[in-house]
Ligand binder design. Structure first.
Ligand SMILES: Nc1ncnc2c1ncn2[C@@H]1O[C@H](COP(=O)(O)OP(=O)(O)OP(=O)(O)O)[C@@H](O)[C@H]1O
Length: 291
């Protein structure tokens, strides 16, 4: 089956400013991909090129196996834009009916419930709080039962419970085989739900990979006591980071040999575990390294 998103060599320049400079990536069916990067990195421009809302200067995009410019490709795609407003005089269910009709489907009657707005179905959107508008935006993105959902900052206005609800919603979509492209500055949220991450910086892909590829397996944490200078040398000397009885070192090739050497040097080894840095730390390292 063709991937949900296929983007190859995307470029976009606004006057003299290069916004996107050769970006390629894919989103598999049923995969949740996070797009991360600092302000102005080009994330929204990439999303708009994918959806045919901005014309790329170069590069190609396919959605669900069809060129993005074909309306039939976009019919199976749900989109929550970063900035949006619905007609304030319509009720929530009228907004949804309108969008279902525009998509040419009967619409999914369960979406208001899924976003926690079932009890506000007949209220006018003009009286909704920001977070409620964002929930409605999510419902609009989902109403036509899409195979791909593109969400640009879906939780910026949501309270912590709302964010947790959206996380559950995204995981449920993935379980149904729906692909999700998520643009969010909330790194913790991306870390919790995304299978893979693409990090953009100044219009280019600075790094990409699965979370284990980006975060895991590079460090080892050890809980030790009785570390004499010889043992500290074996741990890497000044390269080892010590926090009380916990030591963090670069992952050695042979962990059992290290442990046995430490024991031989009189160290008591209480715990040895893979060190996993946070996505936030990794992101900062990558972005600082590319500047
Ligand atoms: N319509 C436009 N006209 C001129 N420049 C634009 C336009 N849209 C985006 N840009 C420029 O392109 C660059 C990338 O912007 P974009 O909105 O894609 O970034 P972003 O990664 O989504 O940022 P943020 O995290 O702040 O939303 C920025 O330098 C921006 O000023």
């Amino acid at each position: 089956m063709s991937p949900a998103v296929w983007a190859d060599g995307l470029r976009k320049r606004y006057r003299k400013r290069v916004a996107v400079d050769g970006v390629s990536f894919t989103v598999g069916r049923g995969e949740v991909l996070g797009l991360l990067g600092p302000n102005g990195a080009g994330k929204t421009t990439v999303i708009k090129m994918l959806l045919g809302l901005v014309r790329p200067d170069a590069g190609e995009t396919m959605l669900l196996g069809r060129p993005s410019r074909e309306p039939r490709a976009r019919a199976r795609v749900g989109y929550l834009p970063e900035l949006f407003r619905y007609q304030p005089w319509l009720t929530a269910s009228e907004v949804l009916r309108l969008h279902a009709r525009l998509a040419g489907t009967a619409g999914d009657p369960g979406v208001l419930d899924a976003v926690g707005l079932a009890d506000r179905a007949d209220d006018r959107v003009g009286g909704f709080s920001k977070g409620m508008q964002q929930r409605l935006g999510l419902a609009v993105a989902l109403v036509a039962r899409p195979e791909l959902v593109v969400l640009d900052e879906p939780t910026s206005a949501l309270d912590p419970i709302g964010r947790a609800d959206v996380r559950d919603l995204l995981l449920a979509l993935r379980d149904k085989g729906v692909a999700v492209l998520l643009n969010s500055h909330l790194i913790g949220e991306v870390e919790r739900v995304c299978d893979r991450v693409v990090i953009l910086d100044r219009g280019r892909v600075a790094a990409s990979g699965t979370l284990p590829e980006l975060l895991g397996g590079r460090e080892l944490r050890l809980h030790l006591d009785g570390v004499a200078p010889a043992a500290a040398d074996r741990l890497g000397g000044t390269a080892a980071v010590r926090d009380g009885d916990w030591w963090t070192i670069a992952l050695p090739d042979d962990v059992p040999a290290l442990v046995s050497d430490l024991v031989g040097l009189g160290v008591r080894v209480h715990a040895v575990e893979p060190g996993r840095i946070s996505l936030e730390d990794r992101l900062l390292t990558i972005l600082r390294g590319t500047r």
